[in-house]
Design a protein. Structure first.
Length: 628
């Protein structure tokens, strides 16, 4: 499989979105498309599906599109539900129509073969069976059951109508269908949005082993690091290719920039030196020829372009704490949280300067904890207490969705009426609102811009304890990196919820891990936590194997004991039977017919002796079995 776009571009009206697209995906490539919000990442995905929006780019090569072995391109946003009254499982099974049709044909042929023994029918059945195996008919049920389970759906959910699910759940169902349909190129636009850590980790493994090509737009750096082998960055309208994962891209980009800058600066210095020679000697008759040669030397140089600077517009760190909190910031004991019933119960302490990340699956109480701590929800039981001088700055992920006709400037200045116009603009510029940006109305802002505005307001208040619920949602990678730098430099205490593991690993020095079995505190970074979990899993696996071995041994012991008990009972019966036979034989010795006939007497006595020997042998065996 090979899909290539050479020197393409995308224009909408008079605006050029992408000026030069050179893009290739082959075989089992796992490709990332990265760049700041609004640079055209989703546009590039759309152009891969719909080539009609492509025109010739500004590059020197001839514009062309090459496709080989590409039958199906799958894109999440293309998937709609034709009938929302059917059940979830019936919707998902649409993916397996060829398998189900083959399965039905097999059943029909098998029924016919009960009465029709012809060789022709047997061959048709064999051929159908081969196709069924080719379509993975023996594993498809396990496949879709696994994916449904990993996306957090229950057994009962499978029978629910599509219309009964929330918008987010319906997106997940569409995503499941897309994965199971196995297109030649799988296009994913922010696939980790709204997925919990457990599901993301499973999805990483699934996509890494996906048998065909995958193209991913994502701001989740750890997700990209674990999957992709090729990165295309969109910057200044141009698509640039890098080999490797996201970390490799970062290293290469920095190295390329530094090398090109060094080459450019060296060449510029050499041009200046040569020009000084030219200017000095061009009007001297004896040196004019040499001066002309220097000019030609400059003209024939292959000019090194000055490299475009990184597009690293970021937050400036100029926010200070109003006052320092006491050493003890938060004390939580047996706190029970939830709505109508308890979701989680926990105890932990938080100290000044600590940065605690709350991680875990969706829907098991992470945001509920934060809402309880800031008073938006009542605690159900237990206690929590803030320390001396603690001043809270709270960011709720829902803040990013507020709308208003106020401008950014007015929204900020109304919060801080004592600030001058210059001070307001400087504060907003620290969060990347420059020039005319401050006069945008709130309802014109993107999700990422709204997040930045809220964080600017919170941090300007000088709070010494930040409680943040998914602060990186809607942010591009550079925005996340900027926030990471800001929070790493922040001198106060932070408690935050995030599903971005890269962000968590950069910021948190401790973790509060939520799962269905409860809440557990870890005094370590995310990387260290992963190592601990691996060690615990290995240990648990060892314990499980030993337990299984012990159970097997116990079973074998019990089985052997049962055999011994059965044998003991059988011996006891045999001994009783033989003893009765001996009594009868001994009684016959008193008969005149026997004791007057030497041969009969000898024969019966031999039988008695043999029986007694048999009894002795059985008794020895019985004693041996009874003592084990």
């Amino acid at each position: 499989m090979n899909y290539t776009i050479v020197n393409g571009s995308v224009e909408f009206g008079a605006e050029t979105i992408l000026a030069e697209i050179n893009f290739e995906v082959k075989g089992k490539d796992k490709v990332a498309i990265i760049g700041r919000n609004g640079v055209g990442k989703s546009t590039l995905l759309k152009s891969i599906i719909d080539n009609s929006i492509l025109t010739e780019g500004i590059g020197e090569e001839k514009f062309s599109i090459y496709k080989e072995g590409v039958s199906i391109i799958g894109y999440l946003k293309q998937i709609d539900f034709e009938d929302e009254s059917i059940s979830m499982i019936d919707e998902i099974l649409k993916v397996y129509k060829p398998v189900l049709d083959t399965e039905k044909k097999m059943e029909i042929l098998l029924a016919r073969m009960q009465t029709d023994k012809s060789e022709e029918l047997a061959k048709e059945y064999s051929k159908t069976l081969d196709r069924y195996e080719f379509l993975d008919g023996y594993t498809y049920k396990k496949e879709y059951e696994t994916v449904i389970n990993k996306f957090g759906f229950t057994k009962e959910d499978k029978e629910k109508k599509i219309s009964d699910f929330s918008g987010g759940q319906r997106t997940k169902i569409a995503f499941i269908k897309l994965l199971l349909s196995k297109p030649d190129i799988l296009l994913l636009d922010e696939p980790t949005n709204h997925l919990d850590v457990t599901t993301i980790e499973w999805l990483e493994g699934y996509l890494k082993n996906y048998p065909k090509a995958v193209v991913i737009v994502s701001h989740d750096r750890m997700f990209l690091d674990k999957i992709v082998n090729k990165v295309y960055e969109i910057e200044y309208g141009t698509v640039t290719k890098y080999t490797g994962n996201y970390s490799d891209f970062e290293r290469q980009k920095k190295a390329n920039y530094e090398k090109q800058l060094k080459d450019y600066e060296y060449q510029q210095a050499e041009i200046k030196r040569l020009m000084r020679v030219v200017e000095r000697f061009r009007y001297k008759a004896t040196k004019a020829k040499m001066a002309q040669s220097k000019l030609k030397q400059i003209e024939h140089m292959v000019k090194v372009k000055e490299p475009s600077r990184y597009d690293l517009t970021s937050f400036n760190i100029n926010f200070k704490l109003e006052k320092e909190s006491g050493k003890d910031v938060l004390h939580v004991r047996n706190l029970e949280i939830g709505y109508s019933k308890v979701i989680q119960k926990m105890s932990f302490d938080l100290y000044r300067g600590q940065k605690l990340a709350v991680i875990g699956e969706n829907g098991i109480g992470k945001s509920t904890l934060l809402k309880t701590l800031v008073g938006k929800l009542e605690k159900l039981n237990g206690n929590f207490e803030f320390g001396h001088n603690v001043e809270i700055g709270y960011f709720d992920q829902q803040m990013a969705f507020f709308d208003s006709k106020k401008t950014v400037f007015d929204e900020f200045s109304e919060e801080f009426p004592w600030l001058t116009t210059t001070e307001v603009r400087n504060s907003l510029a620290s969060f990347m609102f420059y020039g005319e940006d401050v006069f945008k109305t709130i309802n014109m802002l993107s999700g990422g811009e709204k997040v930045r505005l809220q964080l600017a307001k919170i941090l300007k208040k000088g709070s010494n304890f930040l409680i943040l619920d998914e602060p990186t949602n809607h942010m591009d990678i550079v925005g996340k990196e900027s926030l990471e730098m800001l929070l790493k430099e922040y001198k106060g205490t932070i408690l935050f919820v995030s599903h971005d593991r890269f962000f968590v690993n950069k910021i948190a020095d401790s973790l509060l891990v939520f799962d269905k079995n409860g809440v557990k505190f870890y005094d370590c970074t995310y990387n260290e936590y992963e190592e601990k979990i691996k060690d615990e899993d290995i240990k648990e696996e060892g314990i499980h194997e030993q337990k299984k071995k012990n159970e097997n041994n116990l079973y074998l012991q019990q089985k052997e004991q049962a055999k011994r008990d059965a044998r003991i009972k059988k011996i006891e019966k045999e001994i009783t039977l033989i003893e009765n036979e001996v009594k009868v034989l001994e009684g016959s010795l008193q008969s005149e017919e026997v004791y007057t006939d030497y041969e009969k007497l000898t024969d019966i006595q031999n039988q008695i002796d043999e029986s007694n020997m048999k009894i002795n042998e059985l008794m020895e065996e019985w004693e041996e079995l009874s003592t084990n």
